[in-house]
Design a protein around this ligand. Structure first.
Ligand code: ADP
Ligand code: MG
Length: 199
């Protein structure tokens, strides 16, 4: 399965999502993480620490590295225009769009939504949600769904262990934090939900 992670905004959890989806898909077959962001944030994460169960490369090596892979996860940079977003969607089996509940209250909402409405095979994942503000998350979901935007069931909570993981070059499950297992479990459940779209 080819999964691309994209969003109109930066800092919404694209790289965190791409790395953890790659780790999830690696449990289901040979997996490649392609870093399509000029910042190279997922590649430098993967190179900072111990080996992951998936390989990682940049766009220039993607064609060669994808040989023999069952799953390819593509991380992208922020701010694709409408045409680029459509191209990204056309180039994968499923497009994941991380969005924070609070970014939805911002002005760009309508243009984001109209860009999304043109897409097929995609889902918004609400990231960095606040478990003490469940109402904000629910409102964001309802707002998106009222415009016909599919929102994945699994949300990703804002947890400190997510911030520690890239610094150590590890997955969130390997961070010494009492919430680490829960944080990883959210990404595994998200991965299963995305994988079910391939069937
Ligand atoms: N669920 C989360 N909880 C807490 N911090 C997070 C979470 N997801 C991402 N972050 C942190 O937020 C920042 C932006 O995340 P990142 O995945 O790099 O976003 P993007 O790739 O969209 O710019 C990083 O410092 C990252 O560690
Ligand atoms: Mg990124």
């Amino acid at each position: 399965m080819i999964v691309t992670v994209a969003s109109m905004k930066g800092g919404v959890g694209k790289t965190t999502t791409a790395v953890h989806l790659a780790a999830f898909f690696a449990e289901h077959g040979a997996t490649l993480l392609v870093d399509g962001d000029l910042n190279r944030s997922s590649l430098s994460w993967a190179r900072r620490g111990p080996e992951f169960d998936f390989s990682a490369c940049d766009m220039t090596a993607a064609a060669k590295e994808s040989r023999g892979k069952d799953h390819i996860i593509i991380d992208t940079g922020a701010n694709p225009d409408r045409a680029t977003l459509k191209e990204l969607a056309a180039g994968c089996d499923f497009l994941v769009i991380p969005t924070t509940p609070t970014s939805l209250s911002m002005e760009g909402l309508m243009s984001t939504i109209s860009a999304l409405q043109e897409l097929k095979s995609f889902g918004v994942v609400l990231t960095m949600t606040d478990s003490r503000r469940q109402g904000t998350t629910t409102a964001a979901r309802e707002r998106l769904e009222s415009f016909g935007i599919p929102v994945l069931n699994q949300t990703i909570r804002r947890l400190a262990c997510h911030e520690a993981a890239p610094n150590d070059g590890v997955l969130v499950r390997d961070v010494k934090d009492r919430m680490a297992a829960i944080a990883w479990d959210e990404y595994r459940t998200l991965g299963s939900e995305i994988l079910s779209h391939a069937e």
